[in-house]
Design a protein around this ligand. Structure first.
Ligand code: SF4
Length: 262
Protein backbone atom coordinates (compact mmCIF):
# COMPACT_ATOMS: atom_id res chain seq x y z
CA UNK A 1 0.00 0.00 0.00
CA UNK A 2 1.41 3.37 -1.02
CA UNK A 3 0.79 5.14 2.28
CA UNK A 4 3.66 7.66 2.09
CA UNK A 5 2.78 8.60 -1.49
CA UNK A 6 -0.88 9.13 -0.54
CA UNK A 7 0.11 11.52 2.28
CA UNK A 8 2.60 13.32 0.05
CA UNK A 9 0.01 13.98 -2.64
CA UNK A 10 -2.90 14.52 -0.21
CA UNK A 11 -1.35 17.14 2.08
CA UNK A 12 -1.11 19.84 -0.64
CA UNK A 13 -4.82 19.28 -1.33
CA UNK A 14 -5.90 20.05 2.26
CA UNK A 15 -8.02 23.17 2.27
CA UNK A 16 -6.29 26.44 3.10
CA UNK A 17 -7.11 30.05 2.33
CA UNK A 18 -6.72 31.24 -1.26
CA UNK A 19 -3.61 33.38 -1.62
CA UNK A 20 -2.86 35.39 -4.73
CA UNK A 21 0.85 35.35 -5.50
CA UNK A 22 0.75 38.27 -7.90
CA UNK A 23 -0.56 40.97 -5.57
CA UNK A 24 0.75 42.79 -2.53
CA UNK A 25 -0.39 41.51 0.85
CA UNK A 26 -0.37 43.12 4.28
CA UNK A 27 1.93 40.28 5.38
CA UNK A 28 4.49 41.67 2.86
CA UNK A 29 4.88 44.76 5.07
CA UNK A 30 7.75 42.97 6.83
CA UNK A 31 9.83 42.92 3.63
CA UNK A 32 11.30 46.44 4.04
CA UNK A 33 12.47 45.40 7.56
CA UNK A 34 14.35 42.15 6.99
CA UNK A 35 12.93 40.51 3.88
CA UNK A 36 14.39 40.19 0.39
CA UNK A 37 12.94 42.75 -2.06
CA UNK A 38 14.02 40.55 -4.98
CA UNK A 39 12.05 37.61 -3.60
CA UNK A 40 8.93 39.77 -3.41
CA UNK A 41 9.52 41.09 -6.91
CA UNK A 42 9.97 37.57 -8.30
CA UNK A 43 6.73 36.43 -6.68
CA UNK A 44 4.76 39.42 -8.02
CA UNK A 45 6.15 38.78 -11.49
CA UNK A 46 5.26 35.08 -11.53
CA UNK A 47 8.82 33.69 -11.43
CA UNK A 48 9.26 29.92 -11.19
CA UNK A 49 9.81 28.55 -7.67
CA UNK A 50 10.41 25.10 -6.21
CA UNK A 51 7.26 23.38 -4.89
CA UNK A 52 6.71 23.31 -1.12
CA UNK A 53 8.27 20.28 0.55
CA UNK A 54 6.16 17.91 2.61
CA UNK A 55 7.85 19.16 5.81
CA UNK A 56 7.02 22.78 4.99
CA UNK A 57 3.38 21.93 4.27
CA UNK A 58 3.11 20.00 7.54
CA UNK A 59 4.66 22.92 9.43
CA UNK A 60 2.11 25.38 7.99
CA UNK A 61 -0.72 22.98 8.77
CA UNK A 62 0.46 22.51 12.37
CA UNK A 63 0.79 26.31 12.73
CA UNK A 64 -2.82 26.77 11.58
CA UNK A 65 -4.07 24.23 14.13
CA UNK A 66 -2.15 26.00 16.93
CA UNK A 67 -3.72 29.34 15.86
CA UNK A 68 -7.22 27.84 16.03
CA UNK A 69 -6.60 26.47 19.54
CA UNK A 70 -5.19 29.83 20.68
CA UNK A 71 -8.34 31.67 19.55
CA UNK A 72 -10.42 29.21 21.60
CA UNK A 73 -8.10 29.66 24.61
CA UNK A 74 -8.32 33.46 24.45
CA UNK A 75 -12.11 33.27 24.47
CA UNK A 76 -12.28 30.70 27.27
CA UNK A 77 -9.78 32.85 29.18
CA UNK A 78 -12.17 35.78 29.29
CA UNK A 79 -11.35 38.01 26.31
CA UNK A 80 -13.97 38.86 23.74
CA UNK A 81 -13.00 37.50 20.33
CA UNK A 82 -14.61 39.93 17.91
CA UNK A 83 -13.43 38.14 14.78
CA UNK A 84 -10.70 35.84 13.53
CA UNK A 85 -9.17 35.20 10.11
CA UNK A 86 -11.09 38.17 8.74
CA UNK A 87 -10.07 39.52 5.30
CA UNK A 88 -9.09 43.21 5.33
CA UNK A 89 -7.58 45.66 2.84
CA UNK A 90 -5.35 48.67 3.13
CA UNK A 91 -4.37 51.05 0.36
CA UNK A 92 -4.43 48.34 -2.33
CA UNK A 93 -2.93 45.60 -0.11
CA UNK A 94 -5.07 42.69 1.08
CA UNK A 95 -4.70 40.32 3.99
CA UNK A 96 -6.32 38.33 6.76
CA UNK A 97 -5.57 39.08 10.38
CA UNK A 98 -5.37 36.31 12.97
CA UNK A 99 -7.67 37.62 15.70
CA UNK A 100 -9.34 40.81 16.90
CA UNK A 101 -9.81 40.99 20.66
CA UNK A 102 -11.57 43.31 23.08
CA UNK A 103 -11.04 43.55 26.82
CA UNK A 104 -14.11 45.69 27.39
CA UNK A 105 -12.50 49.01 26.48
CA UNK A 106 -9.78 48.56 23.81
CA UNK A 107 -9.65 46.55 20.60
CA UNK A 108 -6.41 44.75 19.72
CA UNK A 109 -5.33 42.94 16.57
CA UNK A 110 -3.20 39.98 17.59
CA UNK A 111 -0.94 38.00 15.28
CA UNK A 112 0.22 34.49 16.21
CA UNK A 113 3.77 33.45 15.37
CA UNK A 114 4.78 29.86 15.95
CA UNK A 115 8.54 29.54 16.47
CA UNK A 116 11.04 26.79 17.19
CA UNK A 117 11.65 26.13 20.87
CA UNK A 118 15.36 26.94 20.47
CA UNK A 119 14.48 30.41 19.12
CA UNK A 120 12.73 31.33 22.38
CA UNK A 121 15.99 32.06 24.19
CA UNK A 122 16.69 34.90 21.71
CA UNK A 123 13.17 36.26 21.86
CA UNK A 124 13.70 39.33 24.03
CA UNK A 125 11.72 41.62 21.76
CA UNK A 126 9.42 41.17 18.75
CA UNK A 127 10.97 41.02 15.28
CA UNK A 128 10.63 44.32 13.35
CA UNK A 129 9.08 42.49 10.38
CA UNK A 130 6.44 40.91 12.66
CA UNK A 131 5.66 44.35 14.11
CA UNK A 132 5.30 45.85 10.62
CA UNK A 133 2.81 43.16 9.63
CA UNK A 134 0.56 43.33 12.69
CA UNK A 135 0.56 47.13 12.55
CA UNK A 136 -0.72 46.88 8.96
CA UNK A 137 -3.72 44.82 10.08
CA UNK A 138 -4.29 47.21 12.99
CA UNK A 139 -4.47 50.24 10.70
CA UNK A 140 -6.62 48.37 8.17
CA UNK A 141 -9.10 47.35 10.85
CA UNK A 142 -8.90 50.68 12.75
CA UNK A 143 -8.14 48.87 16.02
CA UNK A 144 -6.69 50.60 19.10
CA UNK A 145 -3.48 48.59 19.29
CA UNK A 146 -1.65 45.41 18.36
CA UNK A 147 -0.10 42.35 19.95
CA UNK A 148 2.23 39.61 18.77
CA UNK A 149 1.81 36.23 20.43
CA UNK A 150 4.85 33.98 19.98
CA UNK A 151 4.08 30.32 20.59
CA UNK A 152 6.67 27.59 21.01
CA UNK A 153 5.85 25.13 18.26
CA UNK A 154 7.16 22.28 20.42
CA UNK A 155 5.32 23.51 23.51
CA UNK A 156 7.79 23.50 26.39
CA UNK A 157 8.69 27.21 26.36
CA UNK A 158 5.05 28.28 26.31
CA UNK A 159 3.95 31.63 24.98
CA UNK A 160 5.38 35.15 24.96
CA UNK A 161 3.22 38.22 24.33
CA UNK A 162 4.32 41.70 23.20
CA UNK A 163 1.85 44.57 22.99
CA UNK A 164 2.57 47.27 20.37
CA UNK A 165 1.21 50.78 19.89
CA UNK A 166 -0.62 51.59 16.68
CA UNK A 167 1.59 53.49 14.21
CA UNK A 168 -0.15 54.49 10.98
CA UNK A 169 2.78 56.61 9.80
CA UNK A 170 5.14 53.63 9.82
CA UNK A 171 2.54 51.46 8.09
CA UNK A 172 2.02 53.88 5.20
CA UNK A 173 5.78 54.41 4.84
CA UNK A 174 6.19 50.64 4.43
CA UNK A 175 3.26 50.45 1.99
CA UNK A 176 5.02 53.07 -0.16
CA UNK A 177 8.27 51.03 -0.08
CA UNK A 178 6.41 47.89 -1.20
CA UNK A 179 4.80 49.70 -4.11
CA UNK A 180 8.19 51.01 -5.14
CA UNK A 181 9.61 47.47 -5.17
CA UNK A 182 6.60 46.15 -7.10
CA UNK A 183 6.76 48.77 -9.85
CA UNK A 184 10.57 48.98 -10.10
CA UNK A 185 13.31 46.95 -11.79
CA UNK A 186 14.23 43.54 -10.37
CA UNK A 187 16.12 44.27 -7.09
CA UNK A 188 19.70 42.93 -6.70
CA UNK A 189 20.59 39.59 -5.13
CA UNK A 190 21.25 39.85 -1.39
CA UNK A 191 24.92 40.12 -0.41
CA UNK A 192 26.64 37.27 1.42
CA UNK A 193 27.43 37.91 5.08
CA UNK A 194 30.99 38.03 6.31
CA UNK A 195 31.16 36.55 9.78
CA UNK A 196 34.22 37.49 11.82
CA UNK A 197 34.99 35.47 14.95
CA UNK A 198 37.64 36.94 17.28
CA UNK A 199 40.29 34.42 18.39
CA UNK A 200 43.34 35.13 20.59
CA UNK A 201 45.78 36.04 17.82
CA UNK A 202 43.62 36.37 14.70
CA UNK A 203 40.09 36.70 13.40
CA UNK A 204 38.48 33.70 11.68
CA UNK A 205 36.43 34.58 8.62
CA UNK A 206 33.34 32.67 7.49
CA UNK A 207 31.04 33.46 4.58
CA UNK A 208 27.38 32.70 4.88
CA UNK A 209 24.15 33.43 3.09
CA UNK A 210 21.46 35.65 4.57
CA UNK A 211 18.79 33.41 6.14
CA UNK A 212 16.38 34.61 3.44
CA UNK A 213 18.25 32.65 0.75
CA UNK A 214 18.38 29.48 2.86
CA UNK A 215 14.58 29.35 2.94
CA UNK A 216 13.90 30.89 -0.48
CA UNK A 217 11.99 28.82 -3.03
CA UNK A 218 13.40 30.91 -5.90
CA UNK A 219 17.00 30.02 -5.03
CA UNK A 220 18.62 27.96 -7.80
CA UNK A 221 15.36 28.14 -9.78
CA UNK A 222 14.87 31.83 -10.63
CA UNK A 223 17.70 33.37 -8.59
CA UNK A 224 21.32 32.33 -8.02
CA UNK A 225 21.19 33.18 -4.29
CA UNK A 226 23.79 35.12 -2.34
CA UNK A 227 26.37 32.30 -2.68
CA UNK A 228 26.81 29.53 -5.27
CA UNK A 229 25.93 26.03 -3.95
CA UNK A 230 29.57 24.97 -3.35
CA UNK A 231 30.15 27.97 -1.04
CA UNK A 232 27.19 27.37 1.25
CA UNK A 233 28.97 24.87 3.49
CA UNK A 234 29.82 27.34 6.29
CA UNK A 235 33.50 26.34 6.23
CA UNK A 236 36.36 28.58 7.35
CA UNK A 237 37.21 30.95 4.48
CA UNK A 238 40.38 32.37 6.00
CA UNK A 239 41.86 34.51 8.78
CA UNK A 240 42.77 38.12 9.37
CA UNK A 241 46.14 38.32 11.14
CA UNK A 242 47.96 41.60 11.82
CA UNK A 243 45.40 43.37 9.59
CA UNK A 244 46.12 41.10 6.60
CA UNK A 245 43.73 38.53 5.09
CA UNK A 246 45.16 34.99 4.82
CA UNK A 247 42.94 32.69 2.76
CA UNK A 248 42.40 29.15 4.02
CA UNK A 249 40.03 28.10 1.29
CA UNK A 250 40.68 29.63 -2.12
CA UNK A 251 37.17 29.24 -3.44
CA UNK A 252 36.00 32.00 -1.05
CA UNK A 253 38.87 34.44 -1.61
CA UNK A 254 37.46 36.72 -4.33
CA UNK A 255 34.16 37.25 -2.49
CA UNK A 256 35.80 37.74 0.92
CA UNK A 257 38.31 40.22 -0.44
CA UNK A 258 35.50 42.14 -2.12
CA UNK A 259 33.58 42.32 1.14
CA UNK A 260 36.68 43.19 3.16
CA UNK A 261 37.62 45.83 0.55
CA UNK A 262 41.23 44.60 0.32
S1 SF4 B 1 17.69 33.47 -3.35
FE1 SF4 B 1 18.18 35.07 -1.85
S2 SF4 B 1 18.61 36.89 -3.07
FE2 SF4 B 1 17.50 35.45 -4.39
S3 SF4 B 1 15.37 36.00 -4.20
FE3 SF4 B 1 15.76 34.41 -2.72
S4 SF4 B 1 16.26 35.46 -0.83
FE4 SF4 B 1 16.44 36.94 -2.47
Amino acid sequence: MKIYEAIESGIPLLKSHEWEQDRLHISDLGVPCDGCPRQLWLRLHGAKERPLRLGELLMFDAGQRIHDRMVQALELGGLQVIDSEKPVSLDGLTGRYDVKLCDGSRTIIADFKTVRGAAFQYLVEPKPSNIAQVLGYTTAEDADGAAIIYIDREGQNGVRVFEIDRNDEEVYANVAKLKEIASGEMPPILKPILEQVERKQFITIYLKQPWNCDYCRYQDVSCDGALPPDLRGKEIAGRVKDGKYEPENDKYTAIVEGLLNV
